[in-house]
Design a binder for this molecule. Sequence first.
Ligand code: SF4
Ligand code: SF4
Length: 418
Amino acid sequence: MLKEVHHVVSRPGRVHEDPEYDIAVPDALLTEPGIRQDLEDVSFYSRVYPLETQNIEKAADREWVWTVYEPDLREYRLKHDEINEPLVQAASTSGDLQPTTAPVPGADITEAIRIKARELGFGEVGFTKYNRKYTYASKKGWVKYEHAICLALEQDYRQTQTIPSLEAEFTHFGTYEDEGALAIDLAAFIRDELGYHAQIHSPNDNSAVYIPMFVAAGLGQLGANGQLLSPHFGSRARLMIVTTDGPITYDQPIDYGIHQFCQECQVCVNRCPGRALVKEKVVWRGVEKNKLIYDRCRPVMARYEGCAVCMLTCPIQRYGMKPVMQHYIDTDGEILGKGTDNLEGYTLRDKGYFGPGKLPKFDRPFFDIPHGTKEDYLFEKFKEKLENSGETTTEEVMDFAVDLKKILAEGKTTRGDE
Ligand code: SF4
Ligand code: SF4
């Protein structure tokens, strides 16, 4: 028996000037457009417990990952950081640049920006209010303009299917480099052709949690893997934002049926090597979601080339949303690819191949990683030393002070991009 279709979502084609892409959403998957959330709770947490970027809050483990990287990944990451740094720097000061042309009075610039961004190669482009409730504490004074242009750049299909691998990391980090450069062109277009300010929010020095804004702009919905599932490439994309003060018309959130689909699919949850994804949704800071367990994910990501098995095994990443939804409708609720080696299989370097139903095992120490900021980690190590030796020398105290000073001098500008 077929599932009933409730509505059809029409989206732009995968690349600029491709024909429209229609996705049938069945009755059985209907929940609500966008994100299920309690706005009062979201506001409360934002005011009282503002979010902070992982570049600061998790700096200790972000530094630790370099100690467990395979040598070839380490070499590649160093090169990537060198290429990427000027792009991140350019983004950080982009909001101060002045427009070089006068705007056309009364003209809405939404479609001009959408077309330009698509011409540049962004696969998903949407518009919404920049939501300061999701801004990181350290970025609160930095964000200048109120309209968010949400941009997703697709990463290479073939390379992504080799996850986890160095090859897949080439497209992961390479896509960041590409979009950092493309955003500079888009911001210049807004300033020099349309006459308004544009501030680039680097994907490697994020100003906020971006996914809620992408969902508000109708570009997809939050999957059980904690990633934005968009129509053409699921989570196989890198996200960034440009904000502007030009006159913009906002897009609207869409119900693609993803909330309910993920509850029935669960492939990423079942395939995660670190058992870091959870089956049941919880309400976290006012938002209903499947909350990833960071401490079970990070050790796997660090040691297995970014892992991302949760991206690899997602049917929407692999096949696209349209055929996945159509298969669900035609087969009375089957999940395309579920239970097959084609979708669910992966290989971990020193562990071998894992097909459906099989997962690798790790011992307890595998999951011991440093926690918190760099200062937290330094204090933790110093405390351990005191506890173990019972006393400390003046030299050790001096070393501690020097290390702490170094960390404080680095300030809150540490960046990373995993
Ligand atoms: S990156 Fe790997 S360990 Fe982390 S949630 Fe995804 S599948 Fe699990
Ligand atoms: S694998 Fe399935 S459950 Fe996980 S994000 Fe993709 S669609 Fe949702």
